[in-house]
Design a binder for this molecule. Structure first.
Ligand SMILES: [Mg+2]
Length: 284
């Protein structure tokens, strides 16, 4: 689920993890540009969370997303040619199925940095829903070219997002968020439709994305998974058991999955940076 249960303490953790190597002291951080000053901390630096600041202003962040998508683009022909390949560990005997890739949406296709910098905590799905409807979507650097390259090679592109289907007052559509999500993706320059966008809390699906990956795998050979959250790749990584998972993850189990799925990282699985929100924030 797109969430920011985080709040300041967890965001601070994100900041420290990401920036420990280069900003171990506030004094080493450049002042924010004019117009972004807010509650200055004791060093005189405005009180903006560094994770948000990095995503909003860091060329480094955008270089990483471009790097990720270019790496994935270069790998497409090999995975298309190797009919024995699937990026889904659970998928077998898929040689005769047409190829597809699965992308997450938020912070993978659509950047929500402006929402993250402006919403009033706590995070609630309707707040992002409302923001998405009232603001043009900002693309993640690199995704448009990747999708174009994939489609040019005959690869179908599916989107699996944990934006949930929730009724909207006065709207007869049981999942109006699907339309909003399709519109958001279109606003990044990528046309898609309801046959390729799968939300949570519909068709019996939960926030556990494995079930939706397996749904795509019934008809397509999955060449790649691309996302910003561990749950976009690894099953059952949440702090609570979400069906079909029967047990909650732990910090240790999440780290163990790095090795368990080592062959996939950067080789069919392409993870984008997100220091703002995600399933990882529940493990404090
Ligand atoms: Mg995401």
């Amino acid at each position: 689920m797109i969430k920011n249960k985080a709040g300041a303490p967890l965001l601070a953790i994100a900041s420290s993890l990401l920036l420990a190597a280069c900003a171990t002291h506030n004094a080493s951080v450049e002042p924010l540009a004019a117009g972004t000053s807010g509650n200055a901390d004791e060093s005189g630096r405005p009180g903006m969370d560094l994770g948000l600041f990095w995503v909003k202003h860091g060329a480094e962040y955008r270089a990483l997303t471009r790097q990720t998508y270019k790496t994935a683009t270069r790998a497409l022909p090999g995975f298309i040619a190797d009919k024995s390949w699937s990026a889904l560990p659970e998928q077998q005997d898929a040689a005769d199925l047409p190829p597809a890739v699965i992308l997450d949406v938020d912070e993978t296709v659509v950047s929500n940095i402006d929402f993250q910098m402006s919403f009033e905590p706590p995070f609630e799905n309707w707040k992002l829903d409302e923001f998405s409807r009232n603001n043009p979507a900002t693309p993640i650097d690199g995704v448009k070219d990747f999708v174009a390259a994939a489609r040019a090679l005959g690869v179908e592109v599916f989107f699996v997002t944990n934006r949930p289907c929730e009724p909207r007052a006065g709207d007869p559509d049981p999942c109006p968020q699907r339309r909003t999500t399709i519109d958001d993706i279109a606003e990044t320059g990528i046309a898609t439709d309801a046959e390729h966008v799968f939300l949570s809390e519909e068709r019996g699906w939960t926030r556990e994305k494995l079930t939706r990956r397996l749904h795509v795998a019934k008809t397509h050979r999955i060449l790649m998974l691309i996302g910003d959250d561990y749950g976009d790749f690894v099953p059952c990584v949440r702090d609570k058991a979400v069906a079909p998972c029967t047990r909650a993850a732990t910090r240790e189990s999440r780290v163990a999955a790095l090795d368990e799925f080592d062959e996939y990282w950067g080789n069919g699985w392409y993870i984008l940076p997100n220091p703002m929100h995600g399933s990882w924030t529940a493990f404090d």
